[in-house]
Design a protein around this ligand. Structure first.
Ligand code: FES
Length: 273
């Protein structure tokens, strides 16, 4: 059993939890994920590792209340335990050797961008972080991102934080101002990652995205997380989750993401009732 040692509600739909899982904390690296199961017979859900504390043996996950299992998870409290917590899974992000990097997080994607910014900063790269949210009430991890960024710009779709715009607008402006990035990392909704990818392709800047498709086993056996990257079939769980953005077939990924919407809704309705 894996004990919840910390629970923090970051905004009305996003929750942070630190889980006591010393063996995973010992090995975890940015870009990797875990798969958890709350109880016997429950759904297995993949969540990217948002942070880890090797000394205290904890792994932090940050999740959005988007379905039955994440709502059940949010009903749990410090002191409760999860049945399964498996990881670290996936290939760690390759972050060594970059001088100047733009790290972009859209919504919950900021939680995944955060460990990337932190690691890049520790490796000596100049880090410009850009995070985007629908409105100011949804902003998360601003102080944390600031700590590990040479520059942080938080944008909101409605301008309620005084900085209206999309992350792509901010990135374009920074590039046009003369910032020479040797890498852009974009993490967030598929539509946002595709927009960043289209922009950086124009400028010829290497870009990584973290893909988060439906996952079941997390070991490359079920095929649930398959994507097309560079014309070839890849599995996000074992070949990723990071991929070269300019090679990803985003249209196919979006179609696959919507495949189980009906079942997810039915499952959530059962939970609510
Ligand atoms: Fe089954 Fe990736 S989750 S192959």
């Amino acid at each position: 059993m894996f004990k919840i040692v910390k629970k923090q509600v970051l905004n009305p739909s996003i929750v942070l939890m630190s889980i006591h899982a010393p063996l995973i904390a010992k090995k975890a690296e940015p870009g990797q994920f875990i798969i958890l199961r709350i109880s016997d017979g429950g759904e297995r859900i993949p969540l990217t590792i948002a942070d880890y504390d090797r000394e205290n043996g904890t792994v932090t996950i940050i999740y959005q209340l988007v379905g039955k299992t994440t709502r059940e998870l949010a009903d749990m409290n410090e002191g409760d335990s999860l049945l399964d917590f498996v990881g670290p899974l996936g290939i760690a992000s390759h972050l060594e050797g970059y001088r100047k990097v733009a790290v972009i997080g859209g919504g919950l994607g900021s939680a995944i961008a955060y460990p990337q910014a932190k690691k890049l900063h520790s490796l000596g790269a100049e880090v410009h972080s850009i995070t985007g949210f629908r409105n100011k009430d949804l902003i998360i991890l601003e102080d944390e991102m600031k700590k590990f960024s040479d520059k942080l710009i938080v944008a909101t779709d409605d301008g309620s934080n005084g900085n209206k715009g999309f992350v792509t607008d901010v990135l374009k402006q920074l590039i046009d101002e003369g910032n020479k990035y040797d890498l852009v990392i974009a993490i967030g909704p598929l539509v946002m990652m595709r927009a960043v990818s289209n922009l950086t392709r124009e400028y010829g800047i290497k870009t990584l995205v973290s893909m988060n498709p439906v996952m079941i086993d997390g070991t490359g056996m079920c095929g649930g997380c398959r994507l097309t990257v560079g014309g070839k079939t890849k599995f996000a769980c074992v070949d990723g989750p990071d991929f070269d953005a300019h090679e990803v077939d985003f249209d196919e990924a979006m179609r696959r993401q919507n495949m189980y919407k009906k079942q997810e809704k039915e499952s959530e309705d059962i939970h609510v009732c």
